[in-house]
Design a protein around this ligand. Structure first.
Ligand SMILES: *Cc1c(COP(=O)(O)O)cnc(C)c1O
Length: 741
């Protein structure tokens, strides 16, 4: 029986009842996993009630709707945030207390859906929480990867990757919506047929893949809005295998069916990097096409075929270029399925889709071989060709004779499809994700486009949800803040500014320090359980947690630690504030240098551990498998946040915001959103060092960077680099770290 009230007693009854019905046992005999399932589905019952009502309201909603397309949503666990957003946390806590259930044990039973790599995917997840809490009608759309980002173990001083079978015990938070299944077509040939004086395009001999949606409710904080994260799963149009082909002995054809199942199998583990893999292109088109087919169907349910209303009634925001095929796909649907002409369709498409750029790193700019697109998506390719033809004609008018410039701006050039050019040219908005990044897009990356269509360009500095990243992950700090300024900041986070006077309040600062100590203990509980080690709670916690990347410069941090170690070893009187350096970082399995940097950090950690004197003031802890749950434990315990990216390379960063929000100080470069943070918190709270973006870029382009000069002039750096290759750091493979120096 569904619950209608969620007071403490009904929650208790529900949990006990579910364990009895689903597991056939009493609470006392239930495993933590079974109790988690019972608690989670009790919370889910409450969300479902709201969801039903929200869907009912949706039916008559005639306003605008947002589709947020992202190939990644790094959601993290749901139980705590859902209970928080439903304002049920107090009742749940009391109910569990009375049932003798340990809340912290139960929440860690939830598998973390790791359907993202890093910042880009986490941004999408934070946006969903905020969209619901701000009561904006939105749907997140992505792929339901059967295996999320790999799980990282550290074995013998190296990263080892383990597959992430997150669906093993089922996913309490999702509901299949098979009634919204759509067909997505790949390969084949395009026939042009004349009908009623019009040329129509028909795909034949294609392969079908069915896209089945799984929906996850996203409940807003203290409101009635429940939005949806729609995750598309690929399925063969026939169940399992083509038995006709199978019994005829045509195993190849029979197995072809399994191609469908491969599409939503696994998330690519590269962050800020791209390779032209066919399966990845298949994934992108798969979820983009499925989403747009659904979106147009929903538009028609509301407004019939009045497609001129479309830009008013729906907006498609694409998170980086990965869902950029939304542009030709919406053209295809409007022309081939709805019978619109090119000009009409293009006018609609270019007012409906908006693009967020996430990086200026050239290795991350998506380019697909034209041949691959032509073969996999023949009709889409035709549309891209025609778009490109018209675009180039326009560019020719603007820049007559300047073929170099036109080729640089074209959608198709040098046998490749340039996704960023497609997105800038064919959408109504291109935004950067911080002020500096926005400036670089205008002045550098897309300068020619900016000169032609300046009105399209803007920046929207990234943000994070303070519900997950403060209220849920740092409950004691939340309560201390509320004690000081009341609870209006739950709904109006700008009000956190009212805390400013408390920086001078001794009692407040003492309580803050106490909470930091408590959070360090909590961090240690997690670490003890996961890696059988603990950090010294009286040390300064100095954290750098983010994907491993050369531009993020974990190597710079490690070199600094290495130099500190040498100073301690050289000078018996050397002292410093005792400091534990915490790292959390996954390296893409194919990123050789990133993996070497992990080896170097782990080797340094061992080196330090071997010296009892160094150990008294210096430590390195590398937290395995950095994910949202790890972040929720590390960040509240941190004193100093490391944001060291080479200026101009980090588009925004959001890790920087999470640490600041939890009261850590920052050391970092003038990069990404560090610039805005500096403006907000002042130079006393963020220590800026290093080159500015313009200087770094000039150095890079003019080839003036000479690391050998630093090697020759700085004895401490020379010594550390030498120890990388003389066996001091890595005795087992002395030259391995040489590739880093
Ligand atoms: C916030 C977050 C990131 C992004 O961190 P940056 O420092 O901005 O790169 C990456 N991974 C996880 C798990 C996060 O929570």
């Amino acid at each position: 029986m569904p619950l209608t009230s969620f007071d403490k007693e009904s929650i208790k009854q529900s949990i006990v009842g579910k364990i009895q019905r689903y597991n056939g046992r009493t609470l006392a005999d239930a495993t933590d996993q079974q109790i988690y399932q019972a608690v989670a589905s009790t919370i889910r019952d409450q969300i479902m009630q709201k969801w039903v009502a929200a869907r009912e309201r949706d039916k008559t909603y005639m306003g605008k709707r947002l589709y947020y397309l992202s190939v990644e949503f790094l959601m993290g666990r749901s139980l705590h945030c859902n209970a928080l957003n439903l304002c049920s946390m107090e009742n749940v806590r009391e109910a569990l207390l009375e049932l003798g259930i340990n809340w912290r044990h139960i929440i860690r039973e939830e598998p973390e859906p790791g359907l993202g790599n890093g910042g880009l995917g986490r941004l999408a997840a934070c946006f969903l929480d905020s969209l619901s809490s701000l009561e904006m009608p939105a749907m997140g759309c992505t792929i339901r990867y059967e295996y999320g980002l790999f799980r990282q173990r550290l074995v013998d001083g190296q990263q080892v990757e383990i597959s992430d079978n997150w669906l093993e015990n089922g996913n309490t938070w999702e509901v299949a919506a098979p009634e919204d299944t759509v067909e997505v077509r790949f390969d084949g040939h395009v026939d042009m047929v004349q009908e009623n004086g019009r040329t129509n395009f028909r795909l034949r001999d294609y392969h079908s893949v069915m896209a089945v949606p799984y929906d996850m409710p996203i409940a807003g904080y203290d409101c009635d809005t429940v939005n949806t994260l729609r995750m598309w799963r690929a399925r063969s149009p026939r169940d399992n295998m083509d038995f006709g082909a199978f019994s005829a002995g045509n195993y190849e054809k029979a197995l072809e069916q399994d191609m469908a199942a491969v599409i939503s199998k696994v998330l690519y583990p590269e962050d800020n990097h791209y390779e032209g893999k066919r399966l990845r292109l298949t994934q992108h088109y798969f979820f983009t096409s499925a989403t747009l087919q659904y979106a147009v169907k929903d538009f028609k349910r509301r407004f019939g075929t009045r497609f001129n209303l479309l830009p008013e009634k729906m907006v498609v925001q694409i998170n980086d270029t990965h869902p950029g095929l939304a542009i030709p796909e919406l053209m295809r649907i409007l022309m081939d399925e709805e019978g619109l002409g090119w000009d009409e369709a293009q006018a609609i498409v270019s007012r409906t889709i908006a693009y967020t750029n996430h990086t200026v790193l050239s290795e991350a700019l998506e380019k697909w071989p034209e041949q691959m697109v032509k073969q996999l998506l023949p009709r889409i390719y035709m549309i891209l060709e025609e778009m490109n033809r018209r675009l180039c004609a326009r560019l020719w008018n603007a820049f007559p004779g300047d073929w170099d410039k036109i080729a640089k701006m074209a959608i198709l050039a040098y046998d490749q499809v340039h996704m960023a050019n497609l997105c800038v040219a064919m959408t109504f908005s291109t935004n950067g994700v911080s002020r500096l990044h926005g400036e670089i897009l205008k002045n550098d990356t897309f300068r020619d486009y900016y000169s032609l269509m300046p009105e399209k360009f803007s920046y929207i500095t990234n943000g994070i949800t303070h519900r997950r990243w403060l209220m849920a992950c740092n409950t004691h700090l939340r309560d201390l803040i509320t004690e000081a300024i009341g609870d209006k900041w739950y709904k109006e986070p700008e009000r956190l500014e009212e805390l400013t006077p408390f920086a001078e309040d001794k009692a407040f600062c003492e309580k803050f320090a106490e909470i930091k100590r408590f959070n360090k203990q909590q961090f240690n509980r997690m670490l003890a359980m996961r890696q059988d080690m603990t950090a010294e709670e009286d040390f300064l916690f100095d954290s750098q947690c983010k994907r491993l990347h050369e531009y993020k410069r974990q190597l710079l941090n490690a070199l600094h630690i290495h130099v500190l170690y040498n100073r301690i070893m050289d000078d018996p009187n050397y002292t410093m504030v005792p400091r534990v350096f915490i790292f959390g970082a996954k390296a893409s399995p194919g990123y050789y240098k990133a993996k070497l940097i992990i080896r170097y950090i782990l080797a340094l950690s061992k080196l330090i551990d071997r010296s009892p004197r160094a150990r008294r003031m210096l430590r390195i802890i590398f937290v395995e498998n950095y994910d949202v749950s790890a972040a929720e434990a590390i960040i509240p315990a941190t004193d100093l946040s490391e944001q060291l990216s080479t200026a101009g390379k980090e588009a925004s960063g959001t890790g920087n915001m999470k640490f600041m929000m939890n009261g850590a100080l920052t050391i970092g470069t003038m990069d990404g959103a560090n610039v805005e943070i500096h403006e907000q918190v002042g130079a006393d709270n963020i220590y800026i060092f290093g080159m500015r973006a313009d200087t770094a870029a000039a150095l890079e382009h003019e080839g003036g960077y000479n690391p050998m000069q630093i090697f020759e002039n700085n004895a401490e750096i020379r010594r550390a680099l030498t120890q990388m290759i003389d066996g001091t750091v890595l005795p087992d493979s002395p030259t391995a770290a040489g590739a880093l120096s």
